[in-house]
Design a protein around this ligand. Structure first.
Ligand SMILES: C[S@@+](CC[C@H](N)C(=O)[O-])C[C@H]1O[C@@H](n2cnc3c(N)ncnc32)[C@H](O)[C@@H]1O
Length: 304
């Protein structure tokens, strides 16, 4: 079977003979950036990872096809939507650390309805789905939302929604209300402090009385090296330093570093976040509990 890969310099890809030998039907009707195709991690080895699966038996097929040119990502939204040069395994680890560290600050119980903003591929939802009533994951990355939907297709209490161009418009949630709202490692990709304030205002409209909003993993260290030290310290303590070094080396050369220079990461002083809450008539408290991959980060908790 021949599949076209549009506009990227790799005109056709032949699906593995193994699929035909198995008599599998390949479940791709359309092959484009949104479905089943991801770019190579490395700018030195441009290419595509094509994924397909059998619609009948679920058999998965993947093949790396080198060639083509990778169009440069130009915003943080595009960055997270493309294959990130950091790899995605880190977010599974982040979810583990979060659960371990957040038990007293941000506990989950059987009645909780959780909104995870910037959920990535839904690793937190995967870990807590058996402990809470429902989890709604929202993210700007179509790739992550699709991955999450596929991985958690058997979890009726987990929902995924793709955020639109105005990622601060949560009106699609309708009358849905939540008791736990988490936004971890996300606001640094916002354009301004005003956007953070709008986020808080927006989620307030979807918070149940007494709900908790946790804005976690806020990079409050003004110097990048101090922030980086927090990442290395956690990795050293947790015995995965070599992985973090590899991931850091990749991100220093790749799109992440380029975007950090051209678009910047939102640097927030703690008092700016406190002021956002105060303008909305809310009070937040800071926690330095190690909740994520970086123990230099701080977490802001608001109780509605
Ligand atoms: C560093 S990952 C964190 C993933 C997950 N929250 C965790 O803690 O492991 C950042 C996530 O934020 C998402 N993101 C970036 N900008 C966003 C925005 N404006 N609104 C919602 N999600 C966003 C990215 O697509 C990505 O999934």
């Amino acid at each position: 079977m021949l599949l076209a890969v549009p506009d990227e310099g790799v005109p056709y890809v032949r699906l593995d003979q193994a699929a035909e030998d198995r008599g599998c039907e390949v479940g791709i009707v359309q092959l484009d950036r949104d479905i089943g195709i991801a770019f190579s991690h490395s700018p030195h080895h441009p290419g595509f990872l094509i994924r397909a699966n059998c619609v009948v038996c679920g058999w998965r097929w993947s093949r790396f096809v080198s060639g083509g040119t990778r169009s440069a990502v130009d915003s943080w939204i595009e960055y997270w939507d493309a294959q990130s040069d950091m790899g995605d395994g880190a977010w599974r680890k982040n979810a583990e650390l979060f659960l371990e560290g957040s038990a007293s600050l941000f506990p989950f119980g059987p009645e909780d309805r959780v909104l995870d903003i910037g959920s990535g591929p839904g690793f937190l939802a995967e870990s807590i789905r058996g402990r809470v009533r429902a989890v709604h994951c929202v993210d700007t990355s179509r790739r992550y939302i699709e991955q999450g939907r596929q991985r958690l297709a058997d979890a009726p209490n987990v929902t995924f929604s793709l955020l639109g161009e105005d990622y601060l418009d949560f009106s699609f949630l309708g009358s849905e209300r939540f008791s736990r709202i988490v936004c971890a490692s996300v606001i640094q990709y916002f354009k301004s402090v005003d956007e953070v304030e709008r986020l808080i205002a927006e989620v307030r409209g979807h918070a149940l009385p007494g709900a908790l909003l946790l804005i976690a993993d806020v990079p409050v260290q003004q110097h990048i090296l101090r922030d980086l030290a927090g990442l290395l310290r956690t990795a050293w303590r947790r015995d995965y330093l070599w992985k973090v070094l590899r991931f850091t080396a990749r991100s220093l050369r790749g799109d992440y570093a380029r975007l950090r220079k051209t678009r910047g990461l939102l640097a927030l002083r703690p008092e700016q976040l406190e002021a956002c809450a105060a303008r909305l008539g809310l009070r937040g408290e800071w926690s330095a509990a190690p909740l994520t991959l970086n123990d230099a980060r701080r977490h802001f908790l608001i109780r509605f």
